[in-house]
Write a protein that binds this ligand. Structure first.
Ligand SMILES: C[S@@+](CC[C@H](N)C(=O)[O-])C[C@H]1O[C@@H](n2cnc3c(N)ncnc32)[C@H](O)[C@@H]1O
Length: 240
């Protein structure tokens, strides 16, 4: 169970970015199991250089920084007993196409510029820095098939030895559940950026084949709940 106060701590900085940003942050951190999962399973190591592709309004950074602060102040009272301590990343570098989201991220995370930076750019073309952990949560289906392959190829090159890609996708072979995911993502894109584009989806097996070609070792975590039952988190590791 994710402590309510942790969600409030991580979403509170978005009040400065407006009501939409704040309510969206608190709803997403509460209902999307991705955020709790990465903390509960200690997926991100201390000192990691994190590259967040399609970083949206910077929720991953807000979550990790909020968790660290909340753990420091309240661990003895309410930090979930089976969760490890949250990581202290060395840096978080977000790349996001939508200027409004980049603005929201910068406003909410201001004061953390020494280690958290957001760039308004296109993951299809902008160079990636070296990273220990690359996160691509619900973003690759917004680019076409060739771009998906090219981005993953560049992710593989940018990852340090022993590095890890956290790729969250919807399994296109999951029938009506996948259709629900697509409809939600289409609607969210329209609401947040005023932009819509076609979505390019793959089945879980197709994602695994592509990651295999790039010499990743992959663990699959079903990540569905509620309306998002087709979601999968693919934890793709490079050889150490
Ligand atoms: C569903 S949102 C997920 C945001 C974030 N990863 C999260 O989990 O909160 C997908 C994001 O990817 C961004 N995006 C789509 N295509 C992109 C591209 N080519 N380059 C950078 N960002 C992109 C969208 O603008 C949107 O903010």
């Amino acid at each position: 169970m994710v402590p309510n106060a942790l969600i409030e701590t991580a979403s509170r900085p978005y009040r400065a970015a407006g009501r939409f940003a704040w309510h969206f942050a608190s709803a997403k951190l509460r209902h999307d199991p991705f955020f709790a999962y990465i903390l509960a399973h200690g997926l991100i190591p201390d000192g990691a250089r994190i590259l967040d592709l399609g970083s949206g309004q910077g929720l991953l950074a807000a979550w990790l920084i909020g968790a660290r602060a909340w753990h420091r102040d309240h661990a003895d009272q309410a930090w979930p007993a089976n969760w490890p301590a949250p990581p202290a990343p060395q840096s978080i570098y977000g790349i996001e196409l939508t200027p409004r989201d980049v603005d929201r991220a910068r406003i909410a995370l201001r004061g953390n510029e020494a280690r958290v930076r957001f760039f308004c750019d296109d993951i299809r073309v902008t160079p990636f820095p070296q990273a220990d952990v690359v996160v691509a949560c619900d973003v690759l289906h917004y680019v076409d098939s060739n771009a998906q392959e090219a981005v993953l190829h560049r992710v593989r090159t940018s990852l340090a030895s022993g590095g890890m890609l956290l790729l969250r996708v919807s399994d296109a072979a999951a029938g009506w559940r996948a259709s629900v995911d697509r409809a939600v993502d289409f609607g969210m894109q329209l609401a947040r950026s005023g932009r819509t584009s076609g979505l390019t989806v793959r089945s879980e097996a197709q994602w695994l084949a592509l990651l295999g070609e790039l010499r990743f070792d992959v663990t699959i975590c079903p990540m569905g709940n509620g309306t998002h039952m087709a979601n999968r988190l693919l934890i793709a590791r490079t050889a150490g």
